[in-house]
Design a protein. Structure first.
Length: 223
């Protein structure tokens, strides 16, 4: 069957759908090309609409599914209780793909165990800054094997330079003198490695918006 006839068939299906289902259908076609595992989950959920796939009581990492609470985009949304006692709402796609395994407490626990240095006088206040969270996340995805993005960073040799790793103040000083804008809207000032095969260091990092960062991604999907 030619590519053109496949496209024609897809368009015929699309034209029979209502606006909501058209959006879901487009997401499914995109997932087929970019995330086969997500497409598989979406297909299973679509096939199970008549016979509901109940996740109640199942465990995913530190999360126990309590009840269904609605829908999130194209996925069923579940209320989940974490082993630490917190309750969060998680889409079934995130649970079944293993993308979400806790409420986030494991990240905080890991960071506290690492005891990252904050020798700068303002760094204590910095714990509440967005920039401090950027620093923590940068270290975690390079060093914590339990982080869902570890395979894209630490898992392939990406690290944080010693100067930044041992002292938030050094990272903060570099950021403030090299284009970081604490008032920038979310997604407008993100840390980007110029060479995606090299580590986080002053000579290899810059502050850019999401569009520039996406254009600088590796071919195989690194963020």
């Amino acid at each position: 069957m030619s590519e053109k006839s496949k496209a024609e068939q897809i368009m015929e299906i699309y034209q029979t759908l209502n606006p909501e289902n058209r959006r879901i259908f487009v997401d499914f076609i995109h997932a087929l090309k970019t995330d086969p595992e997500k497409a598989k989950v979406m297909m299973e959920e679509a096939e199970g609409m008549g016979q509901f796939i109940d996740l109640t009581g199942q465990r995913f990492g530190r999360l126990t599914v309590v009840e269904r609470v609605g829908k999130a985009h194209t996925s069923v949304l579940w209320s989940c209780r974490c082993d630490c006692g917190n309750t969060i709402h998680v889409p079934s796609t995130s649970l079944r793909k293993g993308a979400t395994k806790s409420c986030g407490c494991t990240q905080y626990q890991w960071l506290s165990e690492q005891k990252p240095s904050m020798t700068h006088g303002g760094a204590r206040v910095g714990k509440k800054e967005r920039l401090y969270r950027v620093w923590c996340a940068m270290i975690e995805r390079c060093e914590n094997p339990n982080n869902i993005h570890y395979h894209l960073y630490g898992g392939r040799g990406i690290s944080v330079c010693p100067e930044w790793r041992r002292d938030y103040a050094a990272f903060r000083e570099w950021a403030m003198t090299n284009g970081y804008d604490p008032q920038a809207p979310r997604g407008k000032c993100t840390i980007d490695r110029v060479n995606n095969n090299s580590s986080y260091a002053p000579h290899n990092c810059r502050w850019v918006d999401n569009k520039v960062q996406c254009n600088n991604k590796r071919t195989r999907g690194e963020a």
